[in-house]
Design a protein around this ligand. Sequence first.
Ligand SMILES: [Zn+2]
Ligand SMILES: [Zn+2]
Length: 310
Amino acid sequence: MITRRTFLGTVAAAVPALRLQPTPSTEWGSPVFDLHHHMRATPAASLAHLDGAGITKANLLTRGAVQDRVKAYMEVAPGRFTWFTTFDITQSDAEKGLTQAVKDGARGFGELKFHVAADGPELRRMYALAADLKVPVLVHFQEVDHFENEGTWSTGYAKTFESMLKAYPNTTFIGHADAFWANISAAYHNEAAYPSGPITRGGITDKLLGDYPNLFGDCSANSGNNALSRDPSFTPDFLTRHQDKLLMGSDCSCTDGHGAGVSQANNPAAARLAGKCVARETLTVLKASSSSAIFRKIVWDNARKLLDVP
Ligand SMILES: [Zn+2]
Ligand SMILES: [Zn+2]
């Protein structure tokens, strides 16, 4: 089946000029690192998004043994991509695949998005392995379905994740998705995927970011954008408090870095970003809510440090 994405990827691949473009301008007043860019059908399709949104470098989120495809990315655009990897963590050979990928240059695990408990045996194995291999682990936390029978992912965040931060002090965690960001407010109890309105201070995520040096936050997707947009009286102080712990990410699937195509995978709950580029929207709210020094940390320096990007 030719999906819209495959089709566009094929078209982009036929336009070699795309990949000869220099590193994007400083549209945002700072170079930008996108921590959360799902690998696309072709390097050209990825570069179209980076260049369109003014993103300098991106971290490819991949799944399975994709070393050859990653290599093609590196050859087409040297220096513009790093990569994370994941395997089916419910299978016993996941550790083997992940270990090999890290040997081959993967800089982290992720995103880990499985129908398991945040403190269950499958993820615990991954937390331990990530510490052994000295790479960060990016986890998708979600307690509320976006559509019927979607299921939930890394469940129990609000109740149990702190115990994981304690149990695995040598593991570097990067939190992401609905439950991570909804719990920025103390008044949240899994009533909606993306709660709106004023934030009640003292939320679990705010507290964990402050208390645990091994926890970082990925600002990507509607979840991150919504959390940073819903209460303008909250955001600047939050960015200041966690200026060394937050990382710009898009999780955007638009084609051109301007909102064409589908930006949030037809997720009905994320309709507020339909027709928009998540990267642009989140860069805009970050820039409007922080000093230029803090903005630069969140969109560039923190990720480069954490992932050891040259
Ligand atoms: Zn995710
Ligand atoms: Zn986009």
